[in-house]
Design a binder for this molecule. Structure first.
Ligand SMILES: C[S@@+](CC[C@H](N)C(=O)[O-])C[C@H]1O[C@@H](n2cnc3c(N)ncnc32)[C@H](O)[C@@H]1O
Length: 280
C-alpha cells in the first residue's frame, strides 16, 4: 500500500473512531478494505482510495472506519465479570436502589451482542430475587453492522460454543437451520443503538453500571481519558465501571478508582465524586 494512502486511511479511521492504526497494521488495512473496494465497484484498492480522497463521501468514510474495527467478542467473556456482577455488584445496588427499584446498565461497545445478552441472561437467571425490579440495558456500538447483528440475536454454532454454558443455550436459544436464535424474552431486555464513544454520551442518560470492555485498548491516552471522564459524569457515586482484562484507569484518569479486592471493576473516585457532585 502506498505510504500516503496508509496515512490518509489512518487519519480517517482515527478521526472518526479514535482507533489507532500503526504501520504494522498495513496488511490488515489492505485485507479488510480490498473486499470493500471490490463490493463498491472499484478495480483496485488504489482506485478506491483515490476516489474516496477526491469525493470525501461520508458513507464511504463510514464503511472504511467500520471495516477497521475489531469486533472480537464472546458470551460471558472472561467469566469473572459476570460472577462479580452476581456476587458484588448486584447485592450492593439492590440495597442502594431499594426505593427506586430500577437499575440502568450501559454496554458501551457491545459488538455483536454477546456481552449485553450475557448480562441479560444473568439477570433473568436471578429470577424471584429480582421480582419487582426494572433493569434497563442499553447496548451501543460504533458499527451499524454490529448493532444490526446484535439486535437480530442469531448466532452461529461456533459463536454459541464460545463461553455460553450448555444449559443456557438449551434454555434461551432455539435452533433455526444452521443458526441459533435467542429468545425474545432475553432479546427484549436489551435496547440497541449506534453510538460513537468519541461523542458526548449525556443524551443517553445516567447509568448505575457501565461495561466499557476491550475498546479503550484501541485508543490513545488522551482519548481514553476523555471517554472515561465523560462516563464518570453519567454515574452515581456507587456506580460500577467494568473494563477489559488488559485495561485500567490507573495512570489515565483520577475520576475512577479500583474496587478494593475486585480486579477489573472500578467505582467513581469517592473524593472526586463528592467534590464534583456525581450523577444521581
Ligand atoms: C473487541 S470489541 C469488544 C466487545 C465487547 N465489549 C467485549 O468485550 O467482548 C470492540 C468493539 O468496539 C467498537 N468500537 C470501536 N471504536 C468505537 C467507538 N469509537 N465508539 C463505539 N464503539 C467502538 C467496535 O465496533 C467493536 O465492536
Amino acid at each position: 500500500m502506498r505510504a500516503e494512502d496508509f496515512d490518509f486511511l489512518c487519519r480517517v479511521v482515527r478521526e472518526r473512531s479514535g482507533l489507532q492504526l500503526t504501520r504494522d497494521k498495513a496488511y490488515l488495512l489492505e485485507s479488510r478494505l480490498l473486499p470493500v473496494a471490490r463490493r463498491l465497484g472499484a478495480k483496485s484498492l488504489e482506485e478506491f482510495i483515490d476516489s474516496v480522497r477526491r469525493q470525501g463521501d461520508p458513507e464511504r468514510l463510514r464503511i472504511i472506519t467500520e471495516a477497521m474495527t475489531t469486533n472480537e467478542t464472546l458470551f460471558f467473556r472472561d467469566t469473572k465479570p459476570f460472577e462479580q456482577f452476581k456476587r458484588v455488584v448486584l447485592p450492593a445496588l439492590l440495597q442502594g436502589r431499594a426505593a427506586q427499584r430500577t437499575i440502568r446498565i450501559w454496554c458501551a461497545a457491545s459488538s455483536s451482542g454477546q456481552e449485553p445478552y450475557s448480562l441479560a441472561m444473568t439477570i433473568k437467571e436471578e429470577g424471584a430475587r429480582l421480582a419487582g425490579w426494572r433493569f434497563e440495558v442499553l447496548a451501543t456500538d460504533l458499527s451499524q453492522e454490529m448493532v444490526d447483528r446484535a439486535r437480530a440475536g442469531t448466532y452461529s454454532q461456533f459463536e454459541v460454543q464460545r463461553g455460553l454454558p450448555i444449559q443456557l443455550l438449551m434454555k434461551y436459544f432455539r435452533q433455526v437451520d444452521e443458526r441459533w436464535q435467542l429468545d425474545d424474552a432475553i432479546r427484549s431486555m436489551v435496547q440497541y443503538r449506534v453510538f460513537n464513544l468519541l461523542d458526548d454520551p449525556r443524551p443517553l442518560g445516567t447509568f448505575d453500571i457501565v461495561f466499557c470492555r476491550n475498546v479503550l485498548i484501541y485508543f490513545d491516552q488522551p482519548t481514553k481519558a476523555q471517554v472515561l471522564e465523560r462516563i464518570a459524569k453519567l454515574m452515581p457515586r456507587d456506580g460500577i465501571l467494568y473494563l477489559g482484562g488488559a485495561e485500567t484507569v490507573l495512570g489515565i484518569t483520577d475520576r475512577f478508582e479500583p474496587m478494593p479486592n475486585e480486579r477489573g471493576i472500578y467505582r467513581p473516585a469517592q473524593k472526586v465524586a463528592s467534590a464534583l457532585g456525581a450523577a444521581s
